[in-house]
Design a protein around this ligand. Structure first.
Ligand SMILES: Cc1cc2nc3c(=O)[nH]c(=O)nc-3n(C[C@H](O)[C@H](O)[C@H](O)COP(=O)(O)O)c2cc1C
Length: 222
């Protein structure tokens, strides 16, 4: 009887510890390295050589490369302003990182916080396979060491501009995607914009409130 009581106490304590460790993991904040503002390639050279890349080497990416890419996508530059232009500075986009093989960042899904150049973990599993299936089996997602996902909260812009705000959001994701493309080129990495996916499925897999617009797998070019 006594033994049974102890076993129940141990089981409850253990499940409490497990649940807490898991939630701690999911709220983990990682401060990203300060982005470089100089590179060995000119903006003109990056524009000239940029191409969509759909196959990647197995090599892991580094936290420095990820920090640089997220900053290029939507990083703070001065005050509230960012690397990306935004209609009325309404900034409707949210940037997510799917990290699978990144040195210094454990596997999972993260949300980028541009204000302090950090990421917060919101899922700790590898969702690449599910995301590939929800994207017409474009297997580059599954094969890439990381992907950046750009999602939008349309209300932030339509509140200011009404229905016209919607087109402004679509324009903005293009700017953001091009920033990532050019930064990849400067880091000698490859990426491609993926716009063909099942919106609801992707949203469900990511467990996010915003609407996903682009998925950009990233890795070393062959
Ligand atoms: C809005 C948009 C959606 C796209 N969606 C996909 C996609 O789902 N899958 C894909 O492989 N490429 C996609 N692409 C990439 C284009 O196929 C690519 O940019 C085009 O073929 C031109 O080639 P380049 O990027 O190498 O210059 C998309 C590009 C844009 C701008």
């Amino acid at each position: 009887m006594r033994n049974k009581r102890w076993m129940i106490i141990i089981a409850i304590t253990w499940s409490f510890i497990t649940v807490n460790c898991q939630s701690m993991k999911e709220n983990e904040i990682i401060n990203l390295p300060t982005p470089n503002k100089k590179s060995n390639i000119s903006i003109e050279e990056a524009l000239q050589s940029r191409r969509s890349v759909r196959s990647y080497k197995k090599d892991s990416l580094s936290i420095e490369q990820i920090g640089q890419l997220l900053w290029a996508a939507y990083g703070s530059t001065s005050g509230r302003k960012k690397t990306c232009p935004s209609a009325g500075a309404t900034y409707p986009l949210e940037i997510y990182l799917l990290a699978a093989e990144v040195k210094g960042i454990s596997t999972g899904l993260y949300r980028y916080n541009s204000a302090n150049h950090s990421i917060i973990k919101i899922q700790h599993t590898d969702i690449r396979k599910q995301l590939t299936e929800a994207s017409l089996n474009q297997e580059y997602i599954e094969n890439a060491p990381a992907s950046i996902i750009i999602a939008a909260d349309f209300k932030r812009t339509t509140k200011a501009y009404g229905a016209r705000g919607e087109r402004y959001v679509y324009m903005e994701v293009g700017h953001c995607g091009q920033n990532i493309h050019l930064q990849c080129e400067s880091l000698n990495l490859g990426t491609v914009i993926i716009g063909a996916f099942e919106d609801d499925k992707v949203k469900q897999i990511l467990h996010i409130n915003e609407d996903p617009l682009y998925i950009m797998p990233i890795g070393y070019k062959y």
